[in-house]
Design a protein around this ligand. Structure first.
Ligand code: C5P
Length: 416
């Protein structure tokens, strides 16, 4: 049995989803552990799950009726499915089968559990469980990555003996381990009430009415940070260069084009912010003056000279605000070598509190990709610099780690 505190988050509402895997027999123990930890628990089972464990067992353990169907007029008359979706603080699916993962990754709503997942804005966690070959299959791996991008937290699977006789990855984590991971998530720092401003995407510097200087930034990392901060309850404003991403739920977006526009917006918003994250790929230079009319090719002239002037360093200007108006400032550094050395230098030179250094020479990571790896460096309380290395992971997960670290820095008395 778990040695965790009896009531670490009283009243936390957990909707336990159970799908059709043999590990479903362990869900009974999980329901019991959740109750013992002080959570309110309601159970939804897929049709197939009921072949492995009966709704009655879960009803007896939770003291609540178990829902199994979307089209049950009696149950809908009690607590409708949308109401149930709103009720949950967390949806925890254990076990999550390959089939359920595929349906969720595709955004389907073809039974009660998948419908609730689509309708709910709660925290979403799943513990996959399946045969090792099914887990390793590229389709399942693709679905797992998609679900992580969509904000699902995947716990496990563990590796070991399987009910089917195979050995390998695919075992559901033990109920105690699932509970422990869940409680750690509940205890993550909250950002309720904090004002967070994030710059994201590229800037576009006009040369004439039809041409501009820009870069390949997709904005994905900045948008993932905005989503992660909003999920923790922060009031988030995204100052975004031109990207093709939808604005994350609950985030206010200010669309800008040039570095100067981004700088002006940052100067306006930063003094009102608790945390400022500069994630934009700002063009270092702009045309001294954009031509009023389209620049024409000139017969016989093989060269065109453009005169560029330096753009403001947006993040350095925020970091230089007077202390009473200065938020905690987090910057990014894209490097191809000597990550730690260059990042430390940038931290000091720009007067930042924290820096997220990416090695952009690593294939499949960084610019345009959905994945990233990074070295985080931040000023420690004693005037030194601490660091943490983040392994390659979906940008959405990395965003959560960056925000959590920034919140931990904010919670410390300022040493700057
Ligand atoms: O100097 P470098 O471009 O490598 O620094 C990257 C960091 O500085 C990022 O956080 C980026 O958003 C920020 N930056 C900025 N304004 C600039 C150039 C970079 O805010 N003009």
């Amino acid at each position: 049995m778990s040695s965790l505190p009896a009531s670490s988050r009283p009243g936390h509402k957990v909707l336990l989803g159970i799908s059709a895997g043999i590990a479903a027999y362990k869900s009974a123990m999980l329901a019991r552990l959740l109750k013992q930890a002080g959570c309110e628990v309601r159970v939804v089972m897929t049709e197939g799950a009921q072949a492995f464990i009966t709704p009655l067992t879960l009803q007896a353990l939770t003291g609540e009726p178990v829902r199994t169907s979307l089209l049950d007029p009696e149950a809908e008359a009690g607590m409708g499915h949308i109401e149930l979706a709103r009720w949950a603080d967390t949806i925890l699916i254990a076990p999550a089968t390959a089939d359920l993962m595929a349906r969720l990754a595709a955004g389907m709503a073809d039974d009660l559990l998948t419908t609730l997942c689509l309708a709910s804005q709660s925290r979403k966690v799943m513990a996959p469980a399946m045969n090792q070959a099914m887990w390793s299959h590229p389709a399942t791996q693709r679905n797992a990555a998609r679900l992580a991008e969509d904000g699902w937290r995947l716990l496990g699977p563990a590796s070991g003996d399987q009910a089917c006789g195979d050995v390998g990855p695919g075992r559901m984590l033990e109920p105690e381990a699932i509970l422990e991971a869940l409680l750690a998530l509940f205890q993550a720092p909250e950002a309720a009430g904090l004002a967070v401003t994030i710059t994201a995407g590229p800037t576009r510097e006009p040369l004439d009415p039809v041409r501009y200087l820009s870069n390949h930034s997709s904005g994905k990392m900045g948008y993932a940070l905005a989503e992660a901060a909003a999920e923790l309850g922060a009031r988030v404003t995204l100052i975004s260069g031109p990207v093709s991403l939808p604005c994350p739920a609950g985030v206010e977006r200010l669309e800008v084009e040039t570095a100067v526009e981004m700088h002006e917006a940052a100067q306006r918003l930063a003094p009102e912010s608790d945390l400022f994250i500069g994630c934009a790929a700002v063009a270092d230079y702009r045309a001294e003056s954009a031509a009023e009319h389209k620049i024409k090719k000139v017969e016989g002239e093989e060269e065109l000279v453009l005169r560029l002037v330096k753009n403001p360093d947006i993040i350095a200007a925020v970091a230089a605000l007077p202390t009473e108006h200065r938020p905690l400032v987090v910057g990014f550094a894209a490097e191809t070598r000597d990550l730690a050395t260059y990042a430390r230098d940038k931290l000091a030179r720009k007067g930042l509190d924290m820096i997220v250094a990416n090695d952009v020479s690593r294939e499949g990571l960084g610019f345009g990709s959905d994945h990233n790896a990074a070295l985080l460096l931040w000023r420690s309380g004693d005037g030194g610099v601490d660091q943490e290395s983040l392994d390659p992971q979906p940008k959405r997960e990395m965003a959560g780690a960056v925000i959590r670290r920034a919140l931990a820095c904010l919670a410390r008395p300022p040493s700057r």
